[in-house]
Design a protein around this ligand. Structure first.
Ligand code: ANZ
Ligand code: ZN
Length: 832
């Protein structure tokens, strides 16, 4: 009797050996082809559960498989360690964020080790370590030198829950992405990264990302929001001033019936100063300033505005156009001013109806002509231009170009592109983040911290419970410093950087994590980058992935790396669901990693996660499913031991292959082929199903023959290939079995098994075809033919057709792999 599958002992043994032998340590080797496999690094939030683990297990299969295919593999791990949750948890539990973070990291590290994931731990990164965040500060300064950083007073998103400002990407449906509080609007002086400098590149280069899910590319495209149109100058009446507007529909210029400035538009003050409108305008502005962008633009909310007593002139027809201010025109988009065309823009239409402003149709339809008086909504589509002077009669699509050209010729407008993407606001009024390396001096103004003074160390002795303003404000030894330029007294910036800055370049740091002269070593980065396979959640489709792309492009332009895009291929894994909800601590439905490791072993948990659903799909947790995987690994254990016994104690003499030998050999090669193809396309569940089938065939083989009758060579080949195929999924058991069979060298260092195309083809069998019980044909077909295919083959046989022609086939009986019987009868004469 074989020894029992003692997963606990086996897993501990191998984790220790792998670590002691530095099995997963990797170095740059230009003579070898590389693959960089990366899972999004975790936020150190505490214990990992099986929902988290899915991400890492998928990555591990990809890494191990590619290693066996001969690639030099970079597969690192680290922690996105700064951020609000640490600070909030620390406030709640009365411990320091640093302590909380490091405790969690140590738990998570242990858990990841217990899963046997093939990380090179020498490359571990913790973003709250000074030797990491120093280089984030360094990049801030480099970006600043290139004009990619600026400080500006702007109306920003303020989360009253998190008591900090947020980037636009962090506001989802008007609420904070993290705590779901309604976001308010505040005027504050803040630091920005000029991501808009890369709007066009970020959009255009999505085309290079053929290995990204279409869905993510669409989300980024929409977020960047490119619009083509025209900038048109509207002269202010009785003044030399011209106000530019942005429109996507220059073809509607003859339909302008009013003109709107954003309430924050800098001209507004000048236009109303000393007029009777001033007071009302000021009140209106105050009212609007408390509203968020969502409140101002949501279609269901009534738009509000105010006439301000001035007129502009329509540059095409010379008409006077009244000037209003309105909440739905935003200062941040286009030029902050619009020409309103109520007949063809729904927002303008609603505004016109509310304030009784004229509506003028200039795009007409032939079938159902629009009528200003009766229309109930704007017509925003294409049509024929009417009431449009020289352009009347032109299709509107053509008109867009024709009007733009005309404007350009007259010097009153030009073709223009705008983007919805805004600059990235990175200041955070919180403690647990990377200090912004800036000093304010009364004499010298804003002074960057000199490179040699980096890092600006985040002080530890801080009352981080202060809220609303950065807790660092109260730390005098931090705040008070000397100006690097004039050496006079100066103050440090007390805001910290958005933690998304830390995760925007960590993948580059992994390529040379100990580099101490720059953020990373360019040569190492050029060897490893881009990441060949990135794996993570869909929730990062816009924020993290857009920011990381921006950083990479900026660094490319600075000559720091040769990769234009950071991630060639992206896999967004589905959620792990239990009892109908996403597995999460707050839902109370987590299955802890430790529980699975102790009860069944890590290999069983890994196998279940990979077997229960394709990686992109949600996965339903099932205890029976886990038990099934456990039983399967026990079967593997037994069959491999039995096989080893067979070839060591069998007769060992060479002999011809019989039918059973041939079937096992065929199944072996077929399985290698199938698993290879499946793993290549991340279809891990079907790959595992194929391995299970091979194990079944192996059992049947052993049951049909006693040890002496089994073919040792066939069994040996099957066993080796089986264990190699299993190793990326269940590495511990595979390693143990491999050692039993082959001894010293780790299975991780073996080549992926090969298959023989000929042997992987199903052997042929003879299919007997009968008509009404009489044999009419014998046809050679592949052994794995399906019943549908059998029917088809039988019906298309010429010999058979002779007996079925002109007759009705009333029944087809099939015996899988053997026989088809067609029951026919004379066709009845149509009874009419
Ligand atoms: C006149 C017009 C006529 C417009 C028409 C549309 C239809 P997208 O596609 O999102 O780029 N717009 C321009 N700047 C704005 C601002 N700061 N706040 C609010 N709305 C603004 O939208 C561009 C259109 O949005 C522009 O084209 C402008 O209205 C409006 F039949 O100009 B349009
Ligand atoms: Zn919040």
């Amino acid at each position: 009797m074989a020894e029992k599958y003692d997963f606990m002992k086996i897993e501990e043994k191998w984790q220790k050996r792998w670590e002691e032998s530095n099995l997963y340590k990797v170095t740059e080797d230009p003579t070898k082809k590389k693959r960089y496999i990366l899972e999004m690094f975790p936020y150190p939030s505490g214990e990992l559960h099986m929902g988290h683990m899915r991400n890492y297990v998928i990555g591990d299969v990809v890494a191990r498989y590619n290693k066996m295919r001969g690639y030099n593999i970079l597969h690192p791990m680290g922690y996105d360690a700064f951020g609000l949750p640490a600070e909030n948890a620390a406030i709640q539990h009365g411990i320091h964020p640093k302590e909380w973070t490091y405790q969690n990291i140590s738990t998570m590290r242990k858990q990841l080790r217990c899963q046997g994931i093939s990380y090179d731990w020498d490359r571990e990164i913790t973003t709250c370590e000074p030797d990491y965040y120093k280089w984030g500060q360094w990049l801030f300064l480099k970006f600043m030198e290139r004009g990619l950083v600026y400080r500006e007073k702007a109306s920003v998103n303020w989360c009253p829950g998190c008591e900090t400002v947020l980037a636009n990407e962090q506001v989802v449906g008007g609420r904070c992405w993290r705590c779901d509080n309604l976001v308010e609007s505040k005027e504050l002086e803040q630091w920005f990264f000029k991501i808009t400098e890369y709007s066009e590149d970020l959009l255009k280069d999505l085309d290079l990302l053929t290995g990204w899910p279409e869905r993510v590319k669409i989300m980024q495209t929409n977020w960047i929001g490119r619009s083509e149109g025209a900038l048109v100058d509207f002269p202010l009446k009785d003044s030399g001033e011209k106000i530019p507007i942005f429109t996507t529909r220059p073809d509607t210029l003859f339909g302008v019936s009013f003109f709107i400035l954003a309430p924050e538009h800098p001209l507004v003050d000048k236009l109303v100063v000393g007029t009777k409108y001033r007071k009302e305008v000021e009140a209106f502005r105050r009212m609007v300033s408390t509203k968020t962008e969502i409140d101002r633009t949501a279609p269901e909310i009534e738009k509000q505005g105010l006439f301000i007593g001035k007129y502009v002139i329509n540059p095409l027809n010379g008409e006077d156009v009244p000037v209003w201010i309105a909440d739905y025109v935003l200062m941040e988009y286009g030029t902050g001013a619009i020409m309103a065309v109520p007949a063809h823009d729904q927002r303008d239409f609603e505004f016109a109806r509310r304030y009784n402003l004229p509506i003028k149709v200039v795009i007409q339809l032939e079938d159902e002509p629009l009528d200003e008086k009766t229309m109930t909504q704007a017509y925003e589509g294409e049509g024929v231009m009417v009431n449009s002077g020289p352009f009347t009669g032109m299709p509107s699509t053509e008109g867009t170009k024709a009007v733009t050209t005309y404007l350009e010729e007259k010097g009153i407008g030009k073709f223009a592109v705008t983007y919805r993407l805004r600059d990235w606001l990175i200041s955070r009024q919180r403690y647990w983040g990377n200090p912004i390396p800036i000093i304010y001096c009364d004499k010298c103004g804003i002074v960057p911290v000199p490179e040699e003074d980096l890092p600006v160390i985040l002080p530890e002795n801080v009352d981080f419970r202060r809220k609303g303003i950065s807790p660092l404000v109260a730390v005098e030894e931090f705040v008070n410093t000397a100006c690097p330029k004039c050496f006079g007294p100066a103050r440090r910036e007390t805001d910290t950087m958005d933690t998304f800055t830390c995760s925007s370049w960590y993948f580059l740091r992994y390529t040379s994590p100990h580099e101490d002269k720059a953020s990373f070593d360019t040569e190492a980065a050029n060897y490893w980058m881009p990441v060949d396979q990135y794996i993570g959640g869909i929730e990062h489709a816009v924020m993290h992935l857009l920011y990381a792309r921006f950083f990479t492009k900026a660094m490319y332009d600075m000559g720091l790396c040769k990769a234009k895009e950071p991630f060639s291929n992206l896999l967004t894994q589905g959620m792990v669901v239990k009892d109908g909800a996403k597995m999460s601590k707050s839902k109370g439905n987590v299955v802890s990693c430790d529980e699975i490791v102790n009860k069944y072993g890590a290999d069983t948990g890994r196998l279940f996660i990979l077997f229960a659903a394709p990686p992109e799909k949600d996965l339903d947790w099932s205890d029976q499913g886990v038990q099934g995987c456990f039983r399967f690994l026990n079967r593997v254990w037994r069959v491999v031991h039995e096989n080893i016994e067979s070839w060591t104690h069998g007769t060992g003499e060479a002999r011809e292959l019989d039918e059973l030998d041939k079937e096992l050999k065929y199944m072996t090669h077929r399985t290698v082929k199938k698993v290879t193809q499946d793993v290549e396309r991340f279809s891990f569940n079907t790959a595992i199903a194929a391995i299970m089938e091979l194990v079944n065939t192996n059992f049947k083989y052993n049951e049909s023959k006693n040890r002496a009758a089994r073919n040792g060579e066939v069994l040996r080949e099957t066993t080796e290939k089986l264990v190699l195929l299993l190793s990326p999924f269940a590495p511990h058991i595979a390693e143990e079995l491999w050692e039993k069979m082959r001894g010293k060298k780790s299975i991780y260092l073996q080549a992926w098994p090969s298959y023989d195309e000929e042997l992987a083809k199903a052997p042929e069998i003879t299919l007997v075809v009968q008509v009404n019980g009489k044999v009419r044909d014998r046809i050679k077909v592949p052994a794995d033919i399906t019943e549908d295919e059998m029917r088809e083959v039988a019906l298309s046989s010429e010999k058979v057709k002779k007996y079925t022609e002109g007759k009705e086939i009333v029944k087809v009986i099939t015996v899988p792999g053997k026989l088809v019987n067609l029951v026919v009868q004379e066709t009845r004469v149509a009874s009419s």
